[in-house]
Structures are given as C-alpha cells and as structure tokens.
Design a protein around this ligand. Structure first.
Ligand SMILES: *[C@@H]1O[C@H](CO)[C@@H](O)[C@H](O)[C@H]1NC(C)=O
Ligand SMILES: *[C@@H]1O[C@H](CO)[C@@H](O)[C@H](O)[C@H]1NC(C)=O
Ligand SMILES: *[C@@H]1O[C@H](CO)[C@@H](O)[C@H](O)[C@H]1NC(C)=O
Ligand SMILES: *[C@@H]1O[C@H](CO)[C@@H](O)[C@H](O)[C@H]1NC(C)=O
Ligand SMILES: *[C@@H]1O[C@H](CO)[C@@H](O)[C@H](O)[C@H]1NC(C)=O
Ligand SMILES: *[C@@H]1O[C@H](CO)[C@@H](O)[C@H](O)[C@H]1NC(C)=O
Ligand SMILES: *[C@@H]1O[C@H](CO)[C@@H](O)[C@H](O)[C@H]1NC(C)=O
Ligand SMILES: *[C@@H]1O[C@H](CO)[C@@H](O)[C@H](O)[C@H]1NC(C)=O
Ligand SMILES: *[C@@H]1O[C@H](CO)[C@@H](O)[C@H](O)[C@H]1NC(C)=O
Ligand SMILES: *[C@@H]1O[C@H](CO)[C@@H](O)[C@H](O)[C@H]1NC(C)=O
Ligand SMILES: *[C@@H]1O[C@H](CO)[C@@H](O)[C@H](O)[C@H]1NC(C)=O
Ligand SMILES: *[C@@H]1O[C@H](CO)[C@@H](O)[C@H](O)[C@H]1NC(C)=O
Length: 852
C-alpha cells in the first residue's frame, strides 16, 4: 500500500544504523572569537570528542563549506550549526507535518560571534551534563535542538533558558531531564522565552509532578509534546486557552482525571494524543467541535461511558481514531454517515456489537482495523469483500463471529490477520497470498491443511491454526514457507509423521505441534533449526528416542515432548548442549534409568517436569544448581517472545490442577518428579530452590526425613510428598511456608505432632495426612501424648535453631492472634524468650494500629 503523503499521523521509525556520536570533552569552549567565526568553530572542534571524524571537513579557509555549517548567502556570516548525528536511534510518535519550520528566509545576519547563532542543532549525540552556559547566552537562537542526548538539569528548564526569548523551536526530547523541570516561578516577564515559543518537545525524559496550568501563557505554542515522562494529576483546564495549539501529545504519563471539556475550544488542534495514561470519565462532547482534528488517540486509559455521533460531529478531517483498551461503548444510529474518512481504526475492547457497525462501510481508505473484543456476535457482512485494498491489518479476534471467514481481496502490502477466538467454521479458507501473520486459532475450521499451502500463503511469518478441528497430515509443502518463524498447529487432530523437510524452515523460532495425533519418530532434521527457541511436540504418539541431532538447537529455551511414548534414558546431551534451556518437559513418557548429574548443568531451568516415567535412582543433590528456580534470579526467567502476535504456552500441573499457562509463564517455577521410582532421601540441598512454586515428589519410593529446612522454600504454593516412605516428624519450619495453599503428605510413615502455624491452620482437610498412622494433633482427632504437646521441639540444640523458631513464632502468632488469643497464651510457659517475643509482638501490633 502507499502511505498517503498527506498523512498527519505518520509513525516514523528511523532505523538504527550506526551511532556516530560527539560529546563534550573537558576543554573549555571559547565562543568569544572576536571577529573570527572560523576560529570559533575550530575552537569548538577542539572541544569536541570526535572519534568518528565527522568534523574532518572542518579544515581550510571557507568555513561556510564545512559540514553542518550554514552561512547567510549574502553576508557570509554563520547562522546555522548542525551537528546532529545522522544515524540516531528511532522512536515512534506522531508528527504534524509542515510544522517544523527551519525558516531560513527569516534568518538574520549575525554579528561577529556564535552568540548570534540562529539555529543550533546538537541532536542525537552523547552530550552529557547540564546545558552549557555558552548556549544559555545565545540570545539570537530561534531553533535549539538538543534532542537525543543525555543532558540533565537541576533547575526548571524554561527558567534556565529564560534569556532565549527569540526561541521558536525548543527540542529537548530524549534526554535525562528529571524532576519538576518545567516548573518555573509562574509568570513570565517581558521579553521572555514565552513570547515566541511555538514548539516545545520534552518527550522521553524523566519529568514528573503536575502539569503546570500556566503553560497557557506560551501563547504562540503550536506543538506541545510531553509524552513518555512521569507527569501525574489532571490535564489543566487552562490548556484550552492555547489557541494556536496544533499538537498536544501527553501519552505515556500517569495523568488521571477526565479530559477537560475546554480542550474542545482549541480551534486548530490537529493531534490529541493522551494514550497510555490513567485518565477516567466519559469523553466530553466538545471533542466533536475539533474540526481540524486528524489524530484522536485515547488508547489504553480507563475512559468509560458512551461515545456517539455527537463526539464526531465536526471531525471531518479525522484520520486516526484510537480508542482501544478502555471501557467505552460506541453506539451509533443505523445509517450514520460519519463526517470522516479514517486511515486507522482502533476500537479494540470497545463495545460495538452485537452487529458489525454499519458505518464501517462508508470508510474506504483505512489500512488498520482493530475491532477485537468488541462484543460482536454476527456473521461477516457481505460488504467485507469490498474492504479497502490498502487494508493490511485486521483484528476481529475474541468476538462471537460465526459463519465462514471473509474472502478478502489482495492488499498491496503485507497483511496481518487476526480472526482467532471466534466461531468461524468451514474448511481452510482462502486468503490473499501476501498474508504475513495469520491467526485463526480457537475456531471450528475443519478439513485438511491444503497440500499447496506454500503456494497459497508463501509470505507467512506466523501461522496459527491451533484449536480447530483440522485433520490429516502436515503437508510437506509447509516446509517451503521460508520466512515462517512461528508455527502453531497445536490442539488439532493432525496425524501421520512429521515431514523430514522441517529442516528447511530455517527461520523457525517456535514450533508447536502439541496435542495432535502425530506419530512415528521425531525426525533428526529438526536439529538443523539453529535458531529454534521453542519446540513443543507434547501429547502426540511419538516413539523412540529424542534424536541426538537436537543437541544442535542451542537456542532452545523450551523443549516439551511430554505425553508421548518416548523411551530410553534421559539423554545426557541435553545437559551438555542445551544450556539455554529454561523449560524441560518430558512428562508421561517411558523414560527409565537414573537422572545423570549432567542435567544439573542446565542452570537456567525454571521448569523441570519428568513426572510419570519409570525413572529410578536417587534425586541428584546437584539439582540445587538450577538457579532459575531460585527466587532472586528472576532476570533469567522465561519471558515473552518479542512478537506481539505470539505468546508461548505450556501446560503444568500445580496444586493438583492441570492448567495451560500463557501470559504468566515467566512466573511458573516448578519441579515435578512425581510418579517415578526414585529412591533414597530428599536431598537437603533442594531446599535452596527458594523460587519454586510447585514441588511434587509424590508416588516414588523416597525415604528418610522431610528436609529440616523445607521452610526456606518461601515461594512454595504447592507441596506434594505423598505416597513415599518418608519418616520422622514433620519439620517445624514447614509452617514458614506462608504461600502454601496445597499440601499433601499422605501415605508416608510420618510421626509426631503436626506443627501449628499460620498457614498450616488453613489446612483442615485431614486427608492430606492420611496413611501416616503416628501423626497426632489438630486437625487430626488423634491427640498427641501428654509429654509431647504440639509445637514443642524436643531437641532445641543451638541458637540458630532458636532464631528459626522465633521467626516462626511471629508468623504463627499473626493469625493466632485473630483466631484465639487465649489459646495462644496458654502455651506461653514453654520458654521465657518466647514470652517476651509474644508481648513485644502485641506491643508492635498496637503501635501499628494506633498509627493508622
Ligand atoms: C558577540 O556578539 C554580540 C552581539 O550579538 C556582541 O554584543 C558582543 O560584543 C560580541 N562579542 C564579542 C566578543 O565579539
Ligand atoms: C540565498 O538564500 C535565500 C534563502 O534561502 C534563497 O532564496 C536564495 O536563492 C539564495 N541565494 C543564492 C545566491 O544562493
Ligand atoms: C531535532 O532533531 C531531530 C533529529 O536529530 C529531529 O528528528 C527532530 O525533528 C528535530 N526537532 C525539531 C523540533 O525539529
Ligand atoms: C553570559 O552572559 C552573561 C551576562 O550577559 C555573562 O556574565 C556570562 O559570562 C556569559 N557567559 C558566557 C559563557 O558567555
Ligand atoms: C501571575 O500573574 C497574575 C496576574 O497577572 C497574578 O494573579 C499571579 O499572582 C501571578 N503569579 C505569580 C506566581 O507571580
Ligand atoms: C481562557 O479562555 C476563556 C474563554 O475564552 C476565558 O474566559 C479565560 O479568561 C481564559 N483564561 C485565561 C487565564 O486567559
Ligand atoms: C498501558 O499504559 C501503561 C501506563 O499507563 C503502560 O505501562 C502499559 O504498558 C500500557 N499498555 C499497553 C498494552 O500499551
Ligand atoms: C478452543 O476454542 C474455543 C473457541 O472456539 C474456546 O472456547 C476454547 O476455550 C478453546 N480451547 C482451548 C483449550 O484453548
Ligand atoms: C491450491 O489448491 C486448490 C485445490 O486443491 C486450488 O483450488 C488452488 O487454486 C490452489 N492454489 C494455489 C495458489 O495454487
Ligand atoms: C480425529 O481424527 C480421527 C481419524 O483420524 C477421527 O476418528 C476422530 O473423530 C477425529 N476427532 C476429532 C475430534 O475430530
Ligand atoms: C490417531 O491416529 C490413529 C492412526 O494413526 C488412529 O487409529 C486413531 O483413531 C487416532 N486417534 C484419535 C484420537 O484421533
Ligand atoms: C527480544 O529483544 C531483545 C532486544 O530487542 C533481545 O535482547 C531478546 O533476546 C529478544 N528476545 C527474544 C525471545 O527474541
């Protein structure tokens, strides 16, 4: 498609090529070059660190020919100094074109030194520190561009630059200005920087505090961009007095409250960007007065209420409408003829349904359509076949749309289609051949994947067909989609062998074929996929061994081959070669033998699930090496893919519930060795895995005691040690597991009192202790013998142990206090230090309550 040149909302993405930066060195810059501008420039050059030799042209007599230097062509005086880095890092934002006047016609002749510079552009370098004094005295400046550096300021910026009262354009964006840096004293004297300022760009800094209401005094302001800072509080009503304002960008701050109705008074406002704030309330009807508005971006706030025709009454120039991620409801009368022709329609999360809004038919120019989660339960209307030919993004996911998928005309650019999570049916539909992203997951598409899919969809990057009712085999033509990066064919009814040619998918990062009826062995050709990050083949009928060639997939983070009939020992090369592995799931196969300590080399592991195999031997103590399972190690955890259109998923059983984790996979830290033949003790070292949320060792032949320091595993929410041969008492420290919500110790040989403690009190279900005949105390009916009251520890050997118990005491007390203070008092005779601890606790509690 052609991006219309006239478009106001052009998302500029400057590609990062190479940074060629300049920065101040410590030398003093002397701009006092009497009668000699050339000398001033040479001195400036000396004051700059220019490793990339950008100023190499600064030699010879005619300084007007030097790079970045501009002279008045009549007098020969220097009027412009442009040292901007030609290769800066990009940032996406709205621009109002034609409004960045490097107005050379109005440049004045300069005097004898650089204090008379009219344009100074030092953007996109690596300047640090405060703005140099020399600049503060360049009183002739009309354009000052210091954007994309690391400038800072201790005092309010407009105050610091107060002498630059001829300034028209001030761009300080993408720096490190912090604090309440735009807050000067209040009123401006005359002349002042407020007089001429037309463009004020402060986006991408660390400014905070409230937006100053006095900004309306910048009466010539046309462009105000304060986005991507930390401003909070309301949008001042006085902004409605900035009568020359064309661009108001306040996105990505923490602003709250409603949109002031006064904004509707801005007669020539062209861009209103309030996206990603915390704004609330309904939209003022005065917005409908903004007859020059081209961009209305209210994305990702908490706006509510109804939006109707009134809100668009005079918006005949509107091109970008972005209301997604609010709680708005957009209801218009049937037959409404909008005054605008939109280019971008972002109405995700808006209530639009149940029928497709018919006004969409009147729009012929849009390239982007988001009507996801819009409460539409309708079939695709006939006019969908005539959607604009430049349309390249359609998201109508998460509605209740039924019938067959629309037959779309070929667009002129790569197309992204999100039709997922609806009720579409029929056989594999026809799509334009330039579709890049195709997500039709969670529908009821039936039949086979077309044999000639690579001819039909040769440009695919992402193909999502999960959770339909497709059957038949995976056509080998799929391997010819050379750009394919993400392939999700899970939860269908596909059968047959995996094609050997999978190795041709050299761009593949994610392959998910789980939950189908695929069979045969796993082809070793998959080992040729060198950038593969996630391989999921679980819940199929694969047999044999994992092909050793898989060791070449060194980027693998997720390897999930659970629920097949794979056999042999767990390959040692997994530990030797797949060092990036974060998730290893071999659950429900026929693996036997013992676990090699080489597996412990997978220090990044956050999920290890080998449950339901025939594994034997002892649990290697070196499992303590799994740093990914230690709580303060969150950085290495499995995050999300960078692609906005795909999130990795994985099924885990935690708290006895099997669940598919998608968005929060990075939070899941689980070790499941259950239902094998492991023998020996539970290694004490395992307790250092303090990030584990689930630990399941049930249904093995483990013996010995429960590790005494089990209470160190502070993140545990689910602990299952049932059906083993564990003996001894339940360690007191177990009561420190304050997040625990599922516990199963049944069918062991545990004995003695069940520890009291805050969290354990919530487990009233006696079956979790069942089959341990010598356990006693609540919640069991069986009382402990007189000389063995609950929570005493017979062998309080050392000081450390005492401290440990002390902590438990505090924690246990917190809920005990509420439940029954007298019951607790009755056990206070046990130890003197405990008694003190108790009363200190009560004191602290009262003090705390008094403060509130
Ligand atoms: C620099 O120019 C200003 C006028 O813009 C003039 O007042 C001043 O004297 C000049 N300074 C020197 C050192 O030439
Ligand atoms: C001098 O600059 C002005 C303004 O940019 C331009 O209109 C004019 O053509 C230039 N003259 C010469 C001789 O380059
Ligand atoms: C400042 O310079 C950057 C390039 O370094 C440019 O993108 C930006 O538009 C300039 N600012 C203004 C207000 O012209
Ligand atoms: C800026 O100007 C003030 C007075 O106008 C003078 O005192 C100061 O030295 C000047 N600073 C520089 C760096 O030129
Ligand atoms: C600014 O000026 C207005 C009147 O022009 C006055 O009411 C106000 O107090 C002044 N504010 C400050 C901070 O000087
Ligand atoms: C802002 O504009 C309104 C309406 O035009 C006017 O009543 C009000 O006095 C103005 N406020 C200031 C501070 O100029
Ligand atoms: C929504 O806005 C918040 C800031 O208010 C931001 O942190 C978050 O990333 C935004 N979400 C999206 C999906 O853009
Ligand atoms: C499969 O898709 C249907 C919608 O067609 C949805 O209701 C269901 O939850 C999906 N199942 C899974 C496991 O994602
Ligand atoms: C794919 O095959 C179907 C029939 O099996 C045919 O109708 C269609 O034209 C083919 N598409 C391409 C692009 O070859
Ligand atoms: C899956 O395919 C088999 C034949 O391969 C068929 O018997 C079965 O009914 C299909 N299941 C579903 C859910 O479509
Ligand atoms: C799986 O495929 C086999 C043939 O390979 C077939 O006999 C069986 O019915 C299929 N199972 C399901 C659940 O579709
Ligand atoms: C995501 O992007 C960042 C930098 O852009 C990169 O460091 C990281 O490896 C990427 N993650 C994935 C999973 O591709």
């Amino acid at each position: 498609m052609a991006i219309p040149k006239s478009a106001v909302a052009v998302l500029i993405l400057l590609l990062f090529v190479e940074t060629v930066e300049l920065s101040w060195c410590s030398a003093v810059i002397n701009l006092q070059c009497r009668g000699n501008e050339r000398q001033a420039l040479l001195e400036l050059k000396q004051g700059l660190v220019d490793t990339s030799n950008r100023l190499s042209s600064w030699v010879g007599q005619d300084c007007c020919k030097w790079e970045g230097v501009g002279c008045n062509n009549r007098t020969g005086h220097i009027v412009k100094l442009d040292l901007r880095n030609p290769f800066p890092v990009g940032f996406q934002r709205y621009e109002d074109y034609g409004n960045v006047p490097h107005d050379k016609a109005c440049l004045r002749i300069i005097e004898e030194n650089l204090t008379s510079l009219v344009i100074l552009d030092l953007s996109s370098n690596h300047f640090q520190g405060t703005i140099p004094n020399a600049i503060l005295n360049m009183t002739s400046l009309k354009v000052l561009n210091l954007s994309n550096n690391q400038f800072t300021s201790d005092i309010p910026i407009l105050h610091e630059l107060r002498n630059l009262y001829k300034l028209q354009i001030l761009d300080l964006s993408s720096n490190q200005f912090g604090g309440e840096a735009i807050k000067p004293s209040g009123n401006f004297s005359s002349p002042s920087i407020a007089d001429k300022l037309e463009t004020l760009h402060l986006f991408k800094n660390q400014l905070n505090g409230y937006l100053p209401g006095w900004l309306y005094q910048l009466k010539n302001l046309k462009n105000l961009d304060l986005s991507a800072n930390s401003f909070q509080g309301p949008i001042p009503e006085s902004f409605g007095n900035l009568s020359k304002l064309k661009v108001l960008s306040l996105g990505f701050n923490k602003l709250s409250g409603p949109i002031p109705a006064t904004l509707g008074r801005l007669p020539i406002l062209s861009v209103l960007d309030l996206s990603s704030n915390q704004l609330t309330g309904s939209l003022p009807e005065t917005l409908g007065e903004l007859s020059e508005l081209r961009v209305l971006d209210l994305y990702n706030n908490s706006f509510s209420g109804h939006v109707s025709e009134v809100h668009f009454a005079k918006l005949s120039k509107l091109q970008v409408l972005r209301l997604s991620r609010n709680s708005l409801s957009l209801k218009t009368k049937p037959g409404w003829l909008p005054p605008f022709q939109l280019e971008h329609i972002g109405l995700g999360f808006c209530q639009l349904g149940p029928l497709f809004p018919d006004w969409l038919q009147t729009q012929t120019r849009y390239t982007f359509l988001d009507m996801s989660r819009a409460g539409i339960s309708d079939s695709i209307p006939f006019w969908f076949e005539n959607l604009p030919s430049q349309l390249n993004f359609i998201d109508i996911s998460n509605n209740q749309i039924y019938g067959t998928m629309p037959n779309l005309v070929k667009s002129r650019t790569p197309v992204r289609l999100f039709f997922n999570s609806n009720k579409f049916e029929g056989s594999f539909p026809f799509f334009p051949s330039n579709v890049e992203v195709l997500d039709i997951c969670n529908n009821m598409i039936s039949g086979q994947i077309p044999e000639n899919i690579s001819d039909m969809l040769p440009a695919l990057i992402f193909l999502g067909l999960s959770n339909n009712t497709l059957h038949g085999s995976i056509p080998s033509s799929l391997c010819k989609i050379r750009k394919l990066q993400y392939l999700d064919l899970s939860k269908d009814n596909l059968s047959g062998h995996l094609p050997q040619c999978m190795s041709e998918l050299q761009m593949a990062e994610v392959i998910d074929l789980s939950s189908n009826n695929l069979s045969g062995t796993i082809p070793s050709s998959i080992g040729e996929l060198s950038i593969l990050r996630s391989l999921r083949l679980s819940n199929n009928s694969f047999h044999g061994e994992l092909p050793p060639a898989l060791r070449h997939c060194r980027s693998l983070s997720i390897l999930d081959v659970g629920e097949n009939t794979l056999s042999g020992a767990i390959p040692t090369w997994i530990g030797e070669s797949l060092s990036s592995l974060k998730i290893l799931r071999l659950r429900s196969n026929m693996y036997d033998g013992s676990i090699s300590p080489k597996l412990c080399r997978l220090t990044n592991l956050q999920i290890l699930d080998v449950a339901r195999n025939n594994l034997s031997g002892t649990i290697p103590p070196c499992f303590a090496n799994f740093k990914g399972m230690v709580s303060n190690q969150k950085e290495g955890r499995y995050g999300f893919s960078n692609a906005t259109f795909y999130a990795d998923k994985l099924t885990q059983v935690i708290k006895g519930i099997e669940r598919e984790y998608v968005k929060i996979l990075s939070l899941v830290v689980n070790l499941d060795l259950s239902h094998n033949n492991f023998v020996g003790q539970i290694p004490e070292q395992l307790t250092s895995l303090s990030g584990l949320i689930g630990l399941n060792l049930s249904e093995n032949h483990l013996s010995g005691n429960i590790p005494k320091k089990i209470g160190q595993m502070r993140s545990l929410e689910s602990l299952d040690l049932s059906i083993n041969h564990l003996s001894g008492t339940i360690p007191q420290s177990i009561s420190l597991l304050s997040s625990l919500s599922r516990l199963n110790l049944s069918f062991n040989h545990l004995s003695g009192p069940i520890p009291l403690g805050s969290q354990l009190r919530t487990f009233q279900d006696v079956t979790i202790y069942k089959g341990n005949h010598e356990l006693c105390g609540p919640p069991l009916v069986q009382n402990c013998p007189e000389d063995e009251p609950p929570q005493t520890q017979k062998h309080a050997d050392n000081e450390e142990d005492d401290n440990f118990k002390m902590r438990w005491f505090y924690i246990g007390m917190a809920s005990g206090f509420v439940v029954g203070i007298w019951g607790v008092c009755s056990v206070l005779f046990f130890k003197k230090s405990w008694r003190y601890a108790y009363f200190r606790f009560i004191e602290d509690l009262i003090a705390e309550l008094m403060r509130k």
